[in-house]
Design a protein around this ligand. Structure first.
Ligand SMILES: Cc1cc2nc3c(=O)[nH]c(=O)nc-3n(C[C@H](O)[C@H](O)[C@H](O)COP(=O)(O)OP(=O)(O)OC[C@H]3O[C@@H](n4cnc5c(N)ncnc54)[C@H](O)[C@@H]3O)c2cc1C
Length: 388
């Protein structure tokens, strides 16, 4: 085993122990308090979870995509809320900077993001720009050596906790769609930036989202990502592509946990003088859940390896996110069914995991948007073959 492979095995073992010994036991407290205890966030920093996607040159772990998804499948066997605390730094926050910022911007922010000293948040979604992400209305108007931002964002994960926002704003009002959109680095506390109250949500309590308001918010021109206008959508896609693979891996981790909960209950619970696990109807639900989880796991790992080999398989990345998120919803629904009344009551973890799972089909592209991307890539491939 090479020393890098050995380092990775040690990281995985540490993450596994942290998940089982610390994260899972604290889940109910996180749900009740709507907050992750600070000592747990600190341990996440110490383990290096904020820097999993950042190269070692900037203080991160420098993991391959395959290693990133394998690590994610471990810590997401605990509540997905923990992952949400650093997911915006791993994906949309850091990757926009890594791939598009100037070297000075990278050196200023990436080491602090990798260490977890700073939390990044990604602000794209607006009232009129959801799935239609190119329809950004927030304006950034040039004023001397600065831009003046005005507009509103919503559903922004970690907005209350973030130190740095990567904000999508329209610099060219004459150009419709994503081509007139640029990316800005905006630090928390910048005058003219106001963060709303945390939203009330169906699940994932403890992972905060909120609205953001830009009111004559003055941002130095130096904070335009890459000092280049019009590359906002590319910045967004660099982050979203990583985030989609991580969500796919998260769905696998959550499904593993749900299957474990359902199996443990089915073996223990007796009705008609026998464990309910002896009933074929229960066995079929367990079997379907395991088979679908393994399919999502294999698809995600295979696609991660292709990304590591230099490919950019957009359609198949969408397959991972689409299939994984639909899969974990089915697995969560079956887990509730296997537990019967206990699965519906809030004193069992399955009730919370069921609610948490619903989000995966909505953010980082809804299932319908991923179906569209998958088909679009298939059709493009067919047309290119016909033209060749
Ligand atoms: C908890 C949470 C956290 C989030 N975190 C962030 C964040 O950190 N940063 C950020 O920028 N955003 C964030 N989002 C926003 C998220 O990415 C959007 O909610 C998502 O992209 C969908 O947009 P929308 O909610 O406006 O739904 P809409 O786009 O209005 O979609 C409504 C329905 O219409 C369907 N639909 C839309 N267009 C089409 C089409 N062309 N074809 C077929 N069906 C279509 C959708 O699939 C969906 O079923 C978050 C959202 C949530 C709920």
């Amino acid at each position: 085993m090479t020393s890098r492979a050995k380092d990775f095995e040690e990281l995985l073992a540490r993450v596994r122990a942290f998940t089982q010994d610390t994260l899972i036991p604290a889940e109910r407290q996180v749900e009740a308090d709507h907050a992750i205890p600070e000592p747990i966030v600190q341990e996440m920093r110490d383990i290096g979870l904020f820097g999993l996607t950042i190269p070692t040159k900037y203080g991160g772990s420098g993991l391959t995509m395959e290693q990133q998804v394998l690590t994610t499948m471990e810590f997401t066997q605990a509540s997905a809320v923990y992952r949400a605390r650093f997911s915006t730094t791993l994906g949309l926050g850091s990757q926009a900077i890594l791939h598009n910022a100037t070297e000075e911007q990278r050196e200023r922010y990436l080491p602090r993001l990798a260490s977890g000293e700073m939390t990044a948040s990604f602000a794209l979604t607006e009232p009129a720009a959801g799935s239609d992400a190119g329809n950004v209305q927030t304006r950034a108007d040039r004023d001397g050596d600065a831009y003046i931002l005005n507009g509103e964002k919503r559903y922004i994960t970690n907005a209350p906790e973030a130190d740095l926002f990567v904000v999508m704003a329209r610099t060219d009002p004459e150009t419709e769609g994503h081509r007139g959109v640029s990316a800005f680095l905006v630090e928390a506390g910048t005058p003219g930036l106001r963060i709303g109250e945390p939203d009330l949500k169906l699940g994932q309590h403890g992972s905060n989202t909120s609205e953001m308001y830009f009111e004559e918010c003055r941002v130095e021109a130096d904070m335009l990502v890459g000092h280049t206008e019009g590359i906002g959508f590319k910045c967004a896609m660099d982050g979203i592509n990583v985030a989609r693979m991580h969500v796919a891996a998260t769905c696998v981790g959550q499904a593993m946990r749900l299957i474990d909960e359902a199996l443990t209950y089915a073996v223990d619970r007796k009705q008609f003088d026998q464990p309910i696990a002896d009933f074929q109807a229960i066995q079929m639900m367990l079997a379907d859940s395991r088979a679908e989880m393994l399919a999502a796991r294999a698809m995600t790992l295979e696609t991660a390896r292709r990304i590591d080999a230099g490919e950019r398989p957009l359609g198949d990345m969408s397959c991972c996110k689409y299939f994984g998120s639909e899969m974990v919803s089915r697995v969560a629904d079956r887990a509730v069914q296997i537990l019967g009344g206990a699965g519906y009551l809030a004193n069992h973890d399955v009730e919370r995991l069921f609610r948490d799972a619903r989000l995966f089909r909505i953010y980082e592209g809804t299932s319908q948007i991923h179906q569209f991307i998958i088909a679009r890539e298939m059709i493009r491939g067919a047309q290119n073959s016909a033209d060749a």
